[in-house]
Design a protein. Structure first.
Ligand code: MN
Length: 249
């Protein structure tokens, strides 16, 4: 093989691995209650950092390898005659453009998180060590600031994607007022892990708030816990993967 052929072979191997994880991520996120008929997960293209991979417009649990499409960062499908894409694909492309470190993005309407996007006095904060990636608190994106008071709430243009990515900043999670949330990771697996534990944290925080004012992790505790958990992601991933591969599990 020539050097160019060898390089291409490595890219194709990486692509197969990423697409396998992306298909599994779709199924895991459904089984873990993060997505339902709606929501989506993407991966940055491993061989072309100016492109990303995302399923066609369909329920995540039903995604198969053949459903994965390739997009430019501005949300344009690489194949213009391909199937219908998700309306909110601009979430993904504009975050990949803004954040060179991000390799996976999960957008969902996971239900326990939504209340924390609509009550300004109750920001989503890390209630336990598993969600240290939340840092001090998750920022909330207010679509009215960019697009006024009469939108359908969806990130349906590149400009809205840019505004959302800006609100996310350097963090792991951004809540979207009256809509849901978007979670990023340096791998698809990390993005999935964070999306699952964002929902867990929201449930726990709501429970704690019923009892009284909670004590949250400090920023330092959150950072230390997140660093420890980053070494354990495959333990959760492998469990969740087994569950989606064996429906009786
Ligand atoms: Mn949405």
């Amino acid at each position: 093989m020539s050097q160019a052929d060898e390089k291409l072979a490595v890219v194709i191997d990486d692509l197969v691995v990423v697409i396998d994880d992306l298909v599994a991520a779709n199924h895991i996120l459904f089984q873990q209650g993060v997505v339902d008929g709606f929501g989506h997960v993407s991966a940055r293209h491993p061989g072309r950092s100016d492109r990303f991979l995302l399923a066609r417009n369909m329920a995540p649990a039903q995604v198969r390898t053949a459903d994965i499409l390739e997009f430019e960062l501005d949300g344009t499908p690489v194949d213009p005659s391909g199937p219908r894409p998700y309306l909110e694909r601009f979430i993904h492309g504009e975050i990949y453009r803004a954040r060179a470190d991000v390799m996976g993005v999960v957008h969902s309407h996971s239900p326990a998180v939504v209340p924390f996007g609509v009550v300004p006095s109750a920001p989503l904060r890390p209630i336990c060590h598993m969600s240290g990636f939340l840092g001090e608190a998750a920022p909330v994106f207010e679509i009215r600031d960019t697009a006024g008071p009469a939108t359908d709430m969806l990130i349906r243009t590149p400009a809205l994607g840019v505004a959302l990515a800006d609100r996310l900043g350097p963090g792991a999670v951004v809540l979207m007022r009256g809509h849901g949330s978007t979670v990023v990771g340096t791998t698809v697996r990390q993005a999935v892990f964070r999306a699952v534990y964002t929902e867990v944290n929201a449930k726990l925080q709501a429970e704690a708030l019923r009892l009284g004012p909670p004590i949250f992790l400090t920023g330092e505790e959150a950072a230390a816990a997140a660093a420890t958990n980053d070494g354990q992601i495959d333990r959760a991933w492998n469990l969740w993967l087994e569950a989606v591969n064996d429906p009786s599990a």
